[in-house]
Design a protein around this ligand. Structure first.
Ligand code: ATP
Ligand code: MG
Length: 320
């Protein structure tokens, strides 16, 4: 069984990315053969500064390794290092109905907001299908919002197989635990575009300041509160130990505490929780050669697999 996942280097990773996605991907490396790529081709539809894109791609690789991605177990590479994927994308594009792509929400949402969309965004699900099919992936862990794109991938692969004979493995979506929807500083979903994030590798002092600014309600201190309805408590739960979490929940239910106290406890717990990975990241950041070697070794493995699949697709469709 092979699991595949990609993450876009469109900004620095935040708690939402980690607890909602990255942590769960990394855990899967222990169960299955894992291919993880940094989706720089996809990011091109958003990041239009070459130096920034290069930096964010490198940062993403360093972050993933610091967070526990083990290059001995998982294959890590940049999407653009595997040109076979772009060739495969064209083959799939010739089978992708316009109507199908018009219904895909990344494009539809943008148009609905009256924003201009480019062909890159329009055909995003086809490139994503190529990403998945190129490695004969069986399983693709994604959030609920990506389920539609996996269906497009299965549609295109099924159509190709029907026309040209058995070529592609049909992947299954592995919908990630939705419970880990992380709230941001304003209590809304944490998201780069909402500018309400706590970054993973932020300086602890700066992060503490941000935490002190988290929006809370104005109920009086004496009042008992339900921890499960409070975003401060939700954030705390992510980084606290089981015992700390329990003690904090009891405090909420008893009442007689201030949110300032909770924020301080959150900042302390966050600092402890991320201390080891922050140290690991600092070590990796001064070894750019090592990072490049890891990506190069990953690229070799990824291209070997993608080359095999592309040749199969070319042969079957009459290109060879
Ligand atoms: P954008 O604002 O550009 O959409 P984002 O901050 O929402 O960026 P994405 O690149 O969309 O981040 O998401 C990367 C991964 O992180 C996805 O798998 C997504 O489901 C997950 N993720 C993002 N934000 C959260 C969140 N607040 N809670 C849980 N998971 C999240
Ligand atoms: Mg998002």
């Amino acid at each position: 069984m092979r699991v595949l996942s990609g993450i876009q280097p469109t900004g620095r990773f935040h708690w939402g990315n980690y607890f909602g996605a990255i942590r769960q991907y990394i855990d899967l490396q222990h169960e299955q053969q894992a291919f993880y790529f940094i989706a720089d081709l996809h990011a091109l539809t958003t990041v239009r500064e070459p130096a920034l894109l290069r930096q964010l791609t490198l940062d993403a690789a360093i972050d993933l390794l610091a967070l526990g991605l083990n290059p001995e177990r998982a294959v890590l590479f940049a999407q653009s290092s595997v040109p076979e994927v772009s060739e495969l994308c064209w083959l799939l594009m010739t089978l992708a109905p316009m109507g199908l792509l018009e219904r895909c929400h990344a494009y539809k949402d943008k148009i609905a907001k009256g924003l201009p969309a480019d062909a890159g965004l329009f055909t995003y699900p086809v490139l994503m299908a190529a990403d998945i099919l190129a490695y004969d992936s069986d399983s693709v862990p994604v959030g609920q919002d990506q389920d539609q794109h996996i269906e497009v991938c299965r549609d295109l692969a099924g159509k190709f197989n029907y026309l040209y004979g058995e070529t592609f493995v049909l992947p299954k979506a592995k919908i990630l635990d939705n419970a880990a929807k992380v709230p941001g500083l304003d209590g809304e979903k944490m998201s780069k575009s909402y500018n309400n994030t706590l970054e993973l590798f932020e300086d602890p002092k700066a992060q503490r300041k941000k935490i002190m600014r988290i929006v809370t309600d104005s109920r009086p201190m004496e009042m008992p509160k339900n921890p499960d309805e409070d975003h401060l408590f939700q954030l705390y739960s992510l980084v606290a130990t089981g015992e700390e979490r329990q003690a904090m929940a009891d405090l909420y239910r008893r009442g007689g505490f201030g949110y300032g106290e909770v924020k301080k406890a959150l900042a302390d717990a966050a600092e402890r929780f991320f201390a080891a990975v922050r140290e690991k990241r600092a070590e990796l950041a001064v070894q750019p050669e090592y990072i490049r070697e890891v990506l190069a070794a990953g690229t070799v493995k990824a291209r070997a697999k993608a080359g095999e699949v592309l040749a199969r697709a070319q042969r079957n469709s009459g290109l060879r």
